[in-house]
Design a protein. Structure first.
Length: 565
C-alpha cells in the first residue's frame, strides 16, 4: 500500500495487515483467500468477503487466492464452480493462473491425518452420528469419551487405511481428533476429521471414499497455500482454537485468523438453505431471478459491479453484527447508474396522442441528450411524428390542484420537442380515456417558447412512427418485512413473501435507438427509473427489467438526519 493510502482511515482488518507489514511479521507478504464451498450460488453477502479479501491483497501489493472448499461431493457441482468464477470475475477481481481447490490437497491432508494418528492425536471411532452427538455433551455438561478413543496407533492406522480403500459402509466409522471431551468449547470435543462417503467427486471422481470435514480441511488449506491473513466471518471465531490446535500439532505454517461481521440486509434473506427453498418451491424463477440477492440475480436485475464494490466499501468492516438498510445498496446503485447510463425515452402504459395540426406523414429527427452528467456521451436522434404516446398517468381529465401535467385545455412541454395543448378526449364504451387530440406550437421546437411563456410540466413520449414494442418487468422487494426471518409462531420466512414483487407490462413503447441494445445493457428511462435489457430478449422482442426507481430513499433519509442534527 502506498504511503499516501496508509494515511487514510483503515478498518480494523486493514489496520492489522498494515501493522504486520510495518513489523515485518510475514516478511512483507500479504496472501489472502476467498474460500467458497461450491454448493450454491454466491450472493451479496459473499461480495463483502470477496471485496475485502481481494481488496486487501490489491491495496497491499499481495495475492488473493480463489479456493474452492470442495470437501463434500454430495452437495457440490461443477455448475456452482463455474458460476462462482464468473461472479468473481464480474466483480472485477483477478486470481492469477486459475482457481485452487481443497481437492488438490486431499493427499496432503490424508498424510497429515496419518501423522496425527501416529502421534496418538487421532483415532477411528465406530459411534454413529447420533451417538456422537450424545457423547459430545451440551454447553452445560461435559462430553463422554468414546469407547474407541484408546485404540492403539497400529489399529487406528489399519482401520483408517481400510476406510480409505472403501472396506466400510457410509457412516460406519469416522476419524476423530483426540483433544478434550470436557472442553468448554464444543468444537474441541474430539471433532470428526474424516467421514466415509462412497460418492463421486466432481473433480477427483471415485478416487476417494473418505472426505475431510470442513474444520479439518480449512486450516490445512490455508497453511499449504501460505496464507498470511485468514479472514473469516464471526461464526468461525469459536472454531479458531480448533484450527490452531491442528496446525500446532502438525507444526506447520500458521496463518493469522481475523473474524469480521457478515452482511445482513433488510427485506432479504442470505441463508443458502432459505434461498434454495425459494428456488425449489417455485417462489422465484431460479437463482438468477432479479429479485434474488444472488450475484447472478443482481447482475440480471441491472446492478453494476462498480455499484456493489462501492457499497461494500461504504458499509466497511466491523466486529459486530448489524443489518444494513437495503436503501443504501440502492443508493450506491443509483450513484453509479446516474453517471454511466444513457438516457432514453420509454412509455410503460401508453396513451395515444394525435397532434392534429402536425403535417401528415412528416417525421422529424430531434436531438436528445444521452447523459447530462457526461458531455462525452453526446446526443442521439429521436423521431417525432403526428401520433405519439405518453404515460396514462401524465393525463387527468379533471386534475386536482397540484397536478401540473396534461389536462384538457392545458399546455405542457414534450421533452426535446414542442409545447402541446390538449383539445379533445376520446373514450371507449366504458368511459376510459383511450386517445387524446392536441395541437402543437411549431415555434417551440426544442422545448422553449420564443415569447417567454412557461409551462409547469415536461413529459416524456415515444413516437408511433418508429416505436418498438417491449415487455417491461417491474420488480420490488421480495419480502414485505424488513426482517423476513422474524416470523410468528408456526410460520416461516416464506409467509412474508411479497405477492406484488413482480409486475409484467406487455404493451410498452420504447424509442428505436434501443433496437441495438444487448443483454445487460443499462439505461435510464427518463422520469421512470433505471432499466436493464434481459437475457430473454430476442429478435423482435425486447424485455427490460427495472433495476431501480429514480427516487433515492437513502439520500432523503440522510438529508433528514442532517436537518435534525
Amino acid at each position: 500500500m502506498s504511503e499516501e493510502n496508509t494515511t487514510e482511515r483503515l478498518d480494523f482488518v486493514r489496520t492489522i495487515v498494515a501493522g504486520d507489514n510495518k513489523t515485518g511479521k510475514w516478511g512483507g507478504k500479504v496472501i489472502t483467500r476467498f474460500p467458497p464451498e461450491p454448493n450454491g450460488f454466491l450472493h451479496i453477502g459473499h461480495a463483502k468477503s470477496i471485496c475485502l479479501n481481494f481488496g486487501i491483497a490489491t491495496e497491499f501489493s499481495g495475492v488473493c487466492n480463489l479456493r474452492f472448499d470442495d470437501t463434500n461431493p454430495t452437495k457440490e457441482e461443477q455448475e456452482y464452480v463455474d458460476s462462482i468464477i464468473e461472479d468473481v470475475k464480474w466483480l472485477g477481481w483477478e486470481f492469477g493462473d486459475g482457481p485452487l481447490f481443497a481437492s488438490d490437497y486431499f493427499k496432503q491432508m490424508y498424510d497429515y491425518a496419518i501423522e496425527l494418528i501416529k502421534k496418538g492425536k487421532a483415532y477411528v471411532c465406530d459411534l454413529t452420528a447420533e451417538e456422537t452427538r450424545e457423547y459430545r455433551g451440551t454447553l452445560t455438561e461435559s462430553g463422554k469419551d468414546s469407547p474407541h478413543r484408546d485404540r492403539s496407533v497400529e489399529e487406528n492406522l489399519d482401520l483408517f487405511e481400510k476406510m480409505k480403500k472403501g472396506d466400510f459402509p457410509d457412516g460406519s466409522k469416522t476419524l476423530k481428533a483426540k483433544i478434550d471431551m470436557a472442553s468448554p468449547n464444543l468444537n474441541m470435543r474430539d471433532p470428526v476429521m474424516y467421514r466415509i462417503l462412497h460418492a463421486t467427486h466432481h473433480r477427483t471422481g471415485d478416487n476417494w471414499c473418505v472426505y475431510p470435514m470442513y474444520d479439518w480441511a480449512h486450516g490445512i488449506e490455508d497453511s499449504i497455500e501460505g496464507i498470511t491473513h485468514s479472514i473469516c466471518t464471526l461464526e468461525f471465531e469459536n472454531h479458531r482454537p480448533l484450527y490452531d490446535w491442528f496446525l500446532d500439532q502438525l507444526g506447520i505454517h500458521h496463518p493469522q485468523q481475523i473474524e469480521f461481521a457478515r452482511l445482513a440486509l433488510t427485506y432479504t434473506v442470505m441463508s443458502k438453505r432459505k434461498l434454495l427453498e425459494l428456488v425449489e418451491d417455485g417462489l422465484v424463477n431460479g437463482w438468477d431471478d432479479p429479485r434474488m440477492p444472488s450475484l447472478s440475480g443482481l447482475r440480471r436485475r441491472g446492478f453494476s459491479p462498480e455499484a456493489i464494490r462501492n457499497f461494500c466499501k461504504t458499509i466497511g468492516v466491523n466486529k459486530f453484527n448489524s443489518t444494513i438498510d437495503l436503501a443504501l445498496l440502492e443508493h450506491c446503485l443509483r450513484e453509479d447508474l446516474n453517471k454511466t447510463s444513457p438516457r432514453v425515452m420509454a412509455v410503460l402504459r401508453p396513451l395515444k396522442v394525435v397532434i392534429d395540426n402536425y403535417p401528415d406523414g412528416q417525421v422529424e429527427e430531434l436531438d436528445a441528450i444521452n447523459n447530462p452528467n457526461d458531455e462525452s456521451a453526446g446526443t442521439r436522434k429521436v423521431p417525432f411524428s403526428k401520433v405519439i404516446y405518453i404515460e396514462q398517468e401524465d393525463f387527468m381529465e379533471e386534475p386536482p390542484k397540484k397536478f401540473f401535467r396534461l389536462a384538457p385545455g392545458r399546455e405542457v412541454r414534450l421533452r426535446y420537442a414542442y409545447f402541446i395543448i390538449c383539445t379533445d378526449v376520446v373514450k371507449d364504451e366504458n368511459g376510459n380515456v383511450v386517445e387524446l387530440h392536441c395541437t402543437y406550437d411549431p415555434a417551440t421546437k426544442g422545448g422553449d417558447a420564443p415569447d417567454g411563456r412557461k409551462v409547469k410540466a415536461t413529459l416524456h413520449w415515444v413516437s408511433d412512427e418508429k416505436a418498438l414494442n417491449a415487455e417491461i418487468r417491474l420488480y420490488d422487494h421480495l419480502f414485505t418485512k424488513e426482517n423476513p426471518s422474524d416470523t410468528k409462531e408456526n410460520h416461516d420466512f416464506k409467509s412474508n413473501i411479497n405477492s406484488n414483487s413482480l409486475e409484467v407490462l406487455t404493451n410498452c413503447k420504447v424509442e428505436p435507438s434501443l433496437a441495438c441494445a444487448k443483454p445487460l445493457d443499462r439505461f435510464q428511462f427518463e422520469r421512470l427509473g433505471y432499466f436493464c435489457l434481459d437475457y430473454d430478449s430476442s429478435d423482435g422482442k425486447l424485455v427490460f427489467n427495472r433495476t431501480a426507481i429514480l427516487r433515492d430513499t437513502w439520500a432523503k433519509l440522510q438529508k433528514a438526519q442532517k436537518k435534525k442534527s
